[in-house]
Design a protein around this ligand. Structure first.
Ligand code: SF4
Length: 456
């Protein structure tokens, strides 16, 4: 558990946050509301009057981790409120931990707060009661952040209208619900005023943003913006921050934001999961399958914005994947020359439609394919990073570690990509949250190494 200890007489809540950045944003909203209502957030089970566990339920290992976390909180404290994605599978939780006080699904902030109030009534505090209600009501204002001060996740929508056959997110989080663009832009503006230098735009499906609101037009800073990915990016670019797009589903209109990247208004970085390259497997996955067009599009993006970094994820060993289809995936990888790639061996997720598909790939074949896939990508990544040696890269410092400053370039998203180690970072007086130009002197498969580039 995290957060400061408290010696006050306020009721005390412990909080365990698991899962993806979207779950992290949910945690931030709940924590903000708890603080607004006068609860103290404490770092140990012993100090807590009640513990909230925000769970993840995406894959089997995440379910196991969530159940373990609930078990630990039950053993150490005994008063436990469970929320988050695994909350949608109440039977699984009840079977393992029948004594939990309450279970709710993701974004169900009202149920979490209701359960906390029931277990631990808030202390009436005239000062706290004057604080305007925030995170839970509007989902738009700034409160407790679990990320470092200089970057923040900006959640623009919940849920997803797709039905990829390997995924149960729509059944857990529902269909797409977008936040109106003015609300998102106001939140971004406040984050910027609070010292944030980099915004990480997240959702389940960033390119679908606004479709549920029919791209409703809203006003921000005296100008009209549509609730639509491109207009949102244009608005965000007014703030002069680094803005990074994640979870961009490969719709054709993704092409519209590449010129903004070329103009320096948006980070030249696209996190776009392709999942596979075989049209037949993509059809089985219920994903767009025009692979030739994907390669052409990647080329067009690079023509428009040569410095673009493309990150993608893939699944190998999907049910029915033949040797030839796997080879076609390797060919795609070779040709696409993507900068950053994550890959998973397919593992069945309870409730996913793909479980009903015939011809599952044996585990050892899946693992062997994953190893071959990652080996090829390691060579591509190594060569791509090597090509940066001798260049100067704009970086954002995340932390200091002895003599080193640990930073990220425009090509590196926090947690998932590489780092830039600045050898003379301490000597140069760098601080977290500071931008610096770095002369790149070395590289490996993931990271870059360099020194602060001083002007002559
Ligand atoms: S687009 Fe993403 S969240 Fe939506 S169903 Fe497909 S994998 Fe799941």
């Amino acid at each position: 558990m995290s957060l400061q200890n408290s010696k006050s007489a306020n009721p005390k809540v412990g909080f365990v946050s698991l899962g993806c950045p979207k779950a992290l944003v949910d945690s931030e909203r709940i924590l903000t509301q708890l603080k607004v209502e006068g609860y103290d957030l404490v770092p140990s089970y012993d100090d807590a009057d009640v513990v909230v566990v925000n769970t993840c339920g995406f894959i089997d290992s995440a379910v196991a981790e969530s159940l373990d976390a609930i078990g630990e909180a039950m053993a150490e404290n005994g008063k436990v409120i469970v929320t988050g994605c695994l909350g949608k599978r109440e039977d699984v939780i009840r079977e393992a931990h029948p004594g939990v006080l309450s279970i709710s699904g993701p974004q169900d902030y009202a149920s979490v707060m209701g359960a906390v109030h029931h277990a631990l009534p808030p202390r009436h505090d005239p000062f706290v009661d004057l604080v305007p209600r925030r995170a839970v009501d509007t989902g738009s204002d700034i409160g407790v952040k679990l990320t470092p001060k200089h970057y923040a996740y900006l959640k623009i929508s919940e849920g997803c209208n797709h039905r990829c056959s390997f995924c149960i997110i729509p059944s857990m989080r529902g269909d797409l619900v977008s936040r109106p663009v003015d609300q998102v832009l106001r939140e971004a503006e406040k984050l910027a005023m609070g010292g944030v230098k980099e915004l990480l735009v997240i959702s389940q499906d960033t390119s679908a943003y606004g479709v549920d609101l029919r791209y409703a037009e809203r006003e921000w800073r005296g100008k009209a913006y549509q609730t639509r990915m491109k207009a949102l990016c244009e608005g965000l670019s007014e703030l002069g921050l680094w803005t990074r797009l994640h979870y961009v589903y490969p719709y054709p209109h993704v092409d519209d934001v590449i010129p903004l990247m070329a103009e320096g208004r948006l980070l030249p970085y696209l996190d776009i999961p392709f999942q596979h390259a075989s049209p037949r497997i993509l059809r089985l996955m219920k994903r767009p399958g025009a692979v030739d067009k994907t390669l052409e599009r990647i080329q067009r993006w690079r023509d428009t914005c040569p410095e673009i970094t493309i990150r993608s994820t893939f699944i190998v060993g999907f049910p029915g994947e033949t040797d030839a289809e796997f080879e076609s995936l390797l060919d795609f990888l070779e040709e696409a020359q993507l900068d950053r790639v994550g890959a998973f061996a397919y593992s069945p997720v309870e409730g996913a439609k793909a479980n009903d598909l015939p011809d599952p790939v044996p585990e050892e074949v899946k693992q062997e394919r994953l190893a071959r896939f990652m080996e090829l990508q390691a060579d591509i990544s190594t060569a791509k990073l090597e090509a940066k040696v001798g260049t100067t890269q704009r970086c954002l410092v995340d932390a200091l570690d002895g003599e080193l400053a640990i930073a990220r370039s425009m090509a590196d998203a926090p947690e998932i990509d590489g780092l830039v180690q600045i050898q003379n970072g301490f000597e140069a007086g760098l601080r977290p949250g500071e931008f610096v130009d770095v002369a790149i002197m070395g590289s490996d498969e993931h990271d870059l190494y360099g020194e602060v580039a001083f002007e002559d």
